[in-house]
Design a protein around this ligand. Structure first.
Ligand code: GRF
Length: 203
């Protein structure tokens, strides 16, 4: 399956997807054909270029509305023949039109054990709540933020002297393991998103 990855930053999850999809022993069944960033000059774009993958910058500030920004990304994705879209640290909210167009073929990695700690400050909220276990989730994207059907999760301990940075670093190690795994389930058609937002597992 041809995959497009949307990023906004360092792209360590992108790197894990590049490495896994290129490792024949992992049988991911997917090839990344395009990486789109809404921000220029980010580290993730350099990772894609180094891997010889087509990169496109679609700056949200160049478009008058969210719909038009998303439509510009869809044009690029379709031109590249994309069948699955992965959000890997993409920090823009997507329009309902975009989400509905790619529904069932659009997945995101979130740095908490959903449905706990939704939103853009998960690690900060986890530390403030004092929970001793956090983790990460790969899920189908729904029009409600961070609330689509869950494909894969991993638990990660929260340690007594953790900062946002130290916790993020530990959680990312788990993200880099489960994101390729979730992509594999989708690309090899082991999972299917139903209309009622449940997942059918074919194994
Ligand atoms: C990850 O922690 C992801 O869960 C969150 O943003 C971060 C992106 O990191 N949505 P990277 O760009 O993949 O390094």
């Amino acid at each position: 399956k041809k995959v497009g990855v949307l990023i906004s930053g360092s792209g360590t999850n992108l790197q894990s997807l590049i490495d896994a999809t290129r490792d024949p022993s992992q049988h991911i069944g997917a090839e990344i054909v395009i990486v789109i960033s809404n921000k220029p000059n980010v580290e993730g774009l350099k990772r894609a270029e180094k891997a010889g993958i087509k990169t496109v910058v679609v700056k949200h500030t160049d478009y008058p509305s969210r719909e038009e920004f998303d439509a510009a990304m869809t044009v690029e994705l379709i031109a590249a023949g994309v069948e699955i879209v992965c959000l890997a640290g993409f920090m823009r909210i997507l329009s309902n039109t975009f989400v509905n167009l790619w529904r069932g073929h659009l997945i995101n990695v979130h740095p908490s054990l959903l449905p706990s700690f939704k939103g853009a400050h998960a690690h900060k909220d986890v530390l403030a709540a004092g929970v001793r276990v956090s983790g990460c989730t790969v899920h189908f994207v729904e029009t409600d933020i961070d609330s689509g059907a869950i494909i894969e999760q991993a638990a990660v301990p929260v340690l007594p002297h953790d900062t946002v940075e130290s916790l993020q670093e530990r959680v990312k190690i788990a993200e880099h393991r489960i994101f390729p795994l979730a992509l594999k389930y989708l690309a090899t058609e082991r999972i299917h998103l139903n209309d009622d937002n449940s997942i059918t597992w074919n194994y």
